[in-house]
Every structure is written in C-alpha cells, then in structure tokens.
Design a protein around this ligand. Structure first.
Ligand SMILES: *[C@@H]1O[C@H](CO)[C@@H](O)[C@H](O)[C@H]1NC(C)=O
Ligand SMILES: *[C@@H]1O[C@H](CO)[C@@H](O)[C@H](O)[C@H]1NC(C)=O
Ligand SMILES: *[C@@H]1O[C@H](CO)[C@@H](O)[C@H](O)[C@H]1NC(C)=O
Ligand SMILES: *[C@@H]1O[C@H](CO)[C@@H](O)[C@H](O)[C@H]1NC(C)=O
Ligand SMILES: *[C@@H]1O[C@H](CO)[C@@H](O)[C@H](O)[C@H]1NC(C)=O
Ligand SMILES: *[C@@H]1O[C@H](CO)[C@@H](O)[C@H](O)[C@H]1NC(C)=O
Length: 295
C-alpha cells in the first residue's frame, strides 16, 4: 500500500514538474519559429514576428495575404508553443526590388529573419541552418515539378550566388546526366552543383539542416523524416562560404523555357501553391553541436 502511494506520488510529481525537453539544444542565433499566438496581420509589422514585414514578396501583396496557418502537427523542432506556417504563391507573387524592374520570371515569396542583415553572427564561425517542410494535402496547392523550385537558400550580400540552395523539380541549366528525379529535394553548393538529394515525402514532415563552417570553408547536410533524429547526410564538403548573406525561406518558382530566369520564360496562370514550414532556426555549431542529431 505504502509503495503504491509512493509510486503514485512520484508519478504525480514527475507529471507536474517535468517540462518537455527543448528540441533545440545548441545556442540559438536566430529563432524563426512561429508562436501559436501570432496572427496573420502580425506578419505585416516588423518586430511582431521573427521575419521582415517588407521582404521578399509580391510588390502589391503583404505577408498577411501570403501566409496561412495550416492544420499540421508540430514539426520536430517546434515547441508546444509554436505552430506550422505556410508560404503561398499566386500570379501576383511578382517581386520588384526597390526601384528595379518587376521580376516577371519568378513567382516568389520568402521569409527573411529580422536580424539577419547579411553581416551578423550567422555569417561567422560554424553555424547550422534548420528548416522542416511538409506538403499541403490539397493537391492543387502542390508544386508543379516541371518547374524548378528554389525554396530555401543562403545568398551572398552582392547577390552574385548562393552558398547553398534547397531545390525541387527540374533544375534549370543542370545537364540531364546531373539531374536527379524531379520528385526529389536537392541541395546545391556555391557552384549550383547538386551535392545531395532525397525523395519528396508528400505526407510527412521532412527535416533539413545545413552546417556552414566559415573557417574551414565546408558545407555539411543533415536530414531526417518526422520526429526521427537528424542523421549525417554528407561529409563536410568543400564550399566557398564567403560573401556574407541572408537565409531565405519560402517558395521561388522559376519559369520554364527561360534564358535568364529573372525576367523571361514561361509561367502558368491561375496558380495558388503553398509550402508548409516549421522549426526554422539558426544555431551555433562550434564544437560540433547540431540539435536533434545523433552525432
Ligand atoms: C501593382 O499595382 C500598381 C497599382 O495598381 C500597378 O500599376 C502595377 O502594375 C502592379 N504591379 C504588379 C507587378 O502587379
Ligand atoms: C506569445 O507566446 C509566447 C510564447 O511562445 C510568449 O513569449 C509571448 O509573450 C506571447 N505573446 C503575447 C502577445 O501573448
Ligand atoms: C548587422 O547586425 C550586426 C549584429 O547585430 C551588427 O553588428 C552590424 O552592424 C549590422 N550590419 C549592418 C550592415 O547593418
Ligand atoms: C573561426 O575563426 C575566427 C577568426 O579567426 C575565430 O575567432 C573563431 O574562434 C573561429 N571559430 C571556430 C569555431 O573555429
Ligand atoms: C555535373 O557533374 C560533374 C561531375 O560530377 C561536375 O563536375 C559538374 O560540375 C556538374 N555540373 C553541374 C552543372 O552540376
Ligand atoms: C506544369 O507546368 C508546365 C509548364 O508551366 C505546364 O505546361 C503544365 O500544364 C503544368 N502541369 C500541371 C499539372 O499544372
């Protein structure tokens, strides 16, 4: 009897005092996770969400018209206070950089972290960029994988190239012999070469992480599905990580039949597509720390 009481009491204490362990175990540089109490309108004001209100979206759109809160279970790195967020594109997803020409080649909307100004802590030492993706269960919102999608990337301050990119579909200007199946996610290096790919899962969350070692000039990829621990997907690969830059997360649908990508080529009309994201953050991986990995 006394033992039973002790066990019950013990269980009670554990249940009432144990907090769920934080899914992020390394020092956070930028936390892009979306708290459950954020509203769509909050995305239109700097400082209310982790993301910049003014970038990067259609010239006549605001983030509150682009973002959706999908019914999706929390992703691996979201805490119980966070929710999934969906970035959508439509015919009006035409970006016009300040004073520049409208980028009619792309349909794009991408989050930029508020404090990620291109010459911040995420651009020195050893940093890991995390994001998880899930596909909308409405097939009409899905990607048309005849196109190249570049949905996540880290772009240099002079916009000349990306240290890495995360793509799907048919990648433009990559010879057939180098293409992977169009229904795969691919990560490309600073030379736009596909260095790793994995099939797109149309049901489950997929978790990606890229470690940039700015001192050793390497890139390393980690991956898992659902709640599985992240696993090493590549060795540290040589990569030129110089040039500073920003981490962009969303959708950039490139045209087909294009020469220059930005202003020409073919895009279908009447589109409304979305990508679901969760667990976006950047962490300090000096000493080899990568949250959620087995290594
Ligand atoms: C944005 O709206 C302005 C004013 O209505 C219009 O002149 C312009 O063509 C629109 N731009 C795009 C890219 O739709
Ligand atoms: C929203 O929730 C977060 C916890 O995720 C909390 O820190 C914050 O204070 C809340 N904001 C408001 C306005 O309630
Ligand atoms: C970017 O942010 C860092 C860290 O907050 C700051 O030291 C630096 O001056 C900023 N750079 C620019 C160009 O705003
Ligand atoms: C990277 O190099 C900088 C400058 O030499 C140094 O301060 C820093 O400690 C190095 N970081 C790591 C993780 O090796
Ligand atoms: C194609 O693959 C070859 C051999 O791996 C590589 O040298 C080349 O850079 C690749 N080209 C592109 C555009 O990915
Ligand atoms: C996919 O995109 C191509 C090129 O824009 C277009 O011709 C085709 O009709 C699209 N397929 C679907 C199913 O929407």
């Amino acid at each position: 009897m006394a033992v039973q009481v002790a066990i019950t009491l013990f269980a009670f204490i554990v249940l009432t005092t144990a907090k769920p362990p934080s899914p992020i175990t390394c020092p956070i540089v930028f936390d892009g996770r979306v708290a459950k109490n954020l509203t769509l309108q909050d995305f239109d004001t700097d400082g209310l969400t982790p993301y910049q209100a003014g970038y990067v979206h259609g010239v006549n759109l605001t983030w509150s018209k682009i973002v959706q809160f999908p019914k999706a279970p929390p992703s691996k790195f979201d805490s119980t206070h966070d929710k999934a967020v969906e970035v959508t594109i439509s015919d009006g997803s035409l970006f016009q950089p300040g004073g520049g020409q409208v980028q009619t080649g792309f349909r794009r909307a991408g989050f930029l972290l508020g404090a990620n100004n291109g010459s911040d802590a995420s651009n020195v030492g050893v940093k890991t960029f995390h994001w998880s993706v899930k596909q909308d269960q409405n097939p009409r919102m899905g990607m048309n994988l005849t196109h190249e999608y570049m949905n996540v990337w880290h772009e240099t301050n002079d916009y000349s190239h990306n240290q890495f990119s995360f793509k799907a579909g048919v990648v433009l200007f990559v010879p057939k012999s180098n293409q992977t199946n169009k229904r795969t996610w691919k990560i490309t290096n600073y030379k736009d070469e596909i260095v790793w790919s994995t099939p797109i899962d149309f049901e489950d969350w997929q978790n990606f992480a890229v470690t940039l070692d700015y001192n050793k000039s390497t890139l390393q990829i980690y991956y898992s599905q659902g709640n599985d621990p992240l696993r090493v997907a590549t060795h540290p690969l040589p990569n030129d990580n110089s040039g500073g830059g920003q981490f962009q997360i969303g959708v950039a649908k490139k045209p087909t039949e294009t020469q220059g990508v930005v202003y020409d080529g073919y895009q279908e009309t009447h589109i409304h597509e979305g990508q679901i994201y969760g667990g976006i953050f950047v962490e300090d991986s000096s000493g080899g720390c990568v949250s959620g990995s087995k290594n």
